[in-house]
Unconditional design. Structure first.
Length: 101
């Protein structure tokens, strides 16, 4: 059910935003432990116990969450973002790599 809502939200954003605008993805919040300070400073994005580094943007975070879901056996990828957005693509690849069981 949550996945359908997320897909509808992204689809609506794409339709209403047009081709040239930026896309803001909804936060799913599942397994996310955000704003954790490290000794080096900066807010680190931690997801499913993995530290993906400081100051990660929304697209990277969404890529990590989708990549982790894929690594867990539920294929999840926004193909348009994977193709066109380097942050999402890097997050998806890092999430899939680090969340492998």
């Amino acid at each position: 059910m949550m996945r359908k809502s997320w897909i509808m939200a992204v689809g609506t954003a794409l339709v209403l935003g047009g081709c040239g605008g930026s896309l803001t993805l909804p936060s799913l919040g599942v397994g996310v432990e955000e704003n954790n300070q490290s000794a080096g400073g900066g807010d680190h994005f931690i997801y499913q116990g993995h530290d993906f580094g400081p100051d990660r943007n929304t697209e990277y975070r969404q890529g990590v969450m989708d990549g982790c879901r894929t690594a867990g056996g539920t294929y999840s990828k926004n193909h348009a973002l994977f193709r066109d957005n380097t942050s999402y693509r890097a997050g998806w690849e890092h999430g899939r790599l680090h969340c492998k069981k």
